[in-house]
Design a binder for this molecule. Structure first.
Ligand SMILES: Nc1ncnc2c1ncn2[C@@H]1O[C@H](COP(=O)(O)OP(=O)(O)O)[C@@H](O)[C@H]1O
Ligand SMILES: [Mg+2]
Length: 424
């Protein structure tokens, strides 16, 4: 079978790396891909949201399965585009249709879904410019810190957590009346603040059945001790060491099952990944958010821990036959450490030659923001550049291995966190 993966990050490289190992694969294409995906498949130079261009390559290359990595094409309706096209409608797309992608694309949609299906989450109210005053009044009834969330996609910047009431009121005005995040903040969800430790769960579903993938915990801030600016993610570990079987059962019963049942009750035909962001406080679980795709860099530890044929699972999901499959994990832990460009997550330069990748031993370098320049050299092409994934008997052993290999890699301005897993 010929397969296409849409996207260009570490997540897509990790998926491509795993799918390339499947006996069910004939040819693998990645669009647009990066310097790493080129090693395991064929990169296609098209934009991941140019649906007509996607159609052309799918037909030209006899592609029979499409896996959508990032949220953007899903929220824009790539799956719906396939279903509405006579030549594409029988080609399965892994990733939900536009309506269901609102689980990620609209915080309010997700909250309403959780409330409707009794899935534990923080109490909330949502506001628009029309009831801005009511929003200010609502803030007065809460105790700090105040959690303000732009309803729509805001590139990971749309959530503000503020300690001061006046500041929270001003920010609410900024978001609603002055469109701080553009159309994404024309609605704002104000939430109860939750304390606890965050972790993520991932499921692959065909809308009825599901398999639960390995759990993971990621590290979002640029600085050591998880301080400083938010990033796309600086590292991750899997499994989450404190996630006991008992706790996993609880998550399964209180969150995963009601979510999949909720799709059925709401007549949502969901095929794809559900990323569930959770917070755990004194044994109590609450959902922080859903994403309609895998996380990055969590994928770079979750996928390597899957023993089963991943493509077989994806094909089954696409054919709505996931009930006939089980998933096996590797016993080892995995970790990943992200190498980022100097200055990231603020302004940074691209095009720096990456040295030493060939010297890496017993780790897997998953390319995130890389490309091949006109001289055939692998160079940086984004803020997050390469995720160095390793296995170990526990996450500490895995981390040691990643840090050992990172010493062999260099590019101008290279930065990374030395404390991934510090809180575990
Ligand atoms: N109700 C809440 N209480 C405490 N922290 C929260 C709450 N909601 C979100 N956060 C924090 O903000 C981060 C981002 O929020 P999230 O809903 O995941 O939005 P997004 O990932 O779309 O930016 C979370 O990972 C968590 O650390
Ligand atoms: Mg989040």
């Amino acid at each position: 079978m010929n397969v296409l993966i849409l996207g260009s990050g570490g997540r897509e490289h990790a998926m491509a790396w795993k799918i390339a190992q499947s006996n069910l694969l004939t040819k693998l294409f990645i669009a647009p891909g990066n310097a790493g995906t080129k090693e395991v498949g064929t990169n296609l130079e098209i934009n991941q949201t140019d649906f007509e261009a996607i159609k052309k390559v799918v037909l030209e290359n006899n592609i029979k399965l499409v896996i959508v990595g990032p949220e953007d094409p899903l929220v824009k309706g790539v799956h719906d585009f396939f279903l509405n096209d006579t030549e594409l409608k029988n080609i399965p797309v892994i990733g939900p249709q536009k309506y269901a992608a609102q689980l990620e694309g609209s915080k309010e949609f997700a909250k309403e879904f959780m409330v409707r299906h009794n899935i534990p989450t923080a109490a909330y109210e949502s506001f628009t410019t029309e009831n801005l005053e009511a929003g200010h009044k609502f803030l007065e009834t809460l105790t700090p810190p105040y959690v303000l969330k732009a309803d729509g996609l805001a590139a990971g910047k749309g959530v503000l957590i503020l300690n001061d009431l006046q500041e929270a009121k001003d920010e609410l005005t900024e978001m609603l009346a002055n469109k701080k995040f553009g159309a994404a903040s024309s609605k704002v969800v104000i939430e109860e603040f939750l304390t606890g430790i965050e972790l993520s769960c991932f499921v692959l579903t065909d809308g009825k059945s599901y398999v639960t993938l390995p759990s993971a915990k990621d590290y979002k801030r640029i600085g050591e001790g998880d301080k400083g600016l938010n990033t796309g993610g600086m590292g991750a570990v899997s499994p989450v060491p404190f996630l006991t079987d008992e706790l996993m059962k609880k998550i399964e019963n209180q969150v995963i099952k009601p979510t999949i049942d909720g799709f059925q009750k709401d007549n949502i035909r969901y095929v794809g990944f559900v990323f569930i962001g959770l917070i755990l406080d004194k044994g109590e679980i609450k959902v922080i958010e859903y994403n309609c795709r895998m996380g990055d860099p969590e994928t770079e530890v979750v996928i390597p821990r899957i023993e089963s044929d991943f493509l077989e699972l994806l094909i089954a999901a696409g054919n709505k036959e996931l009930h006939s499959k089980t998933i096996e994990f590797k016993k080892e832990s995995a970790c990943t450490v992200m190498l980022v460009s100097g200055g990231y997550p603020e302004a940074y330069e691209k095009g720096k030659e990456i040295l030493g990748l060939n010297n890496v031993e017993n780790s897997i370098p998953f390319h995130a923001g890389t490309t091949t320049n006109s001289n055939g050299k692998v160079v940086t092409n984004g803020g997050r550049v390469i995720a160095i994934t390793s296995y170990g008997d526990n996450f500490n052993e895995a981390l040691k291995q990643s840090y050992k290999n990172i010493k062999k890699i260099n590019f101008e301005g290279m930065n990374f966190r030395t404390d991934i897993g510090f809180d575990l």
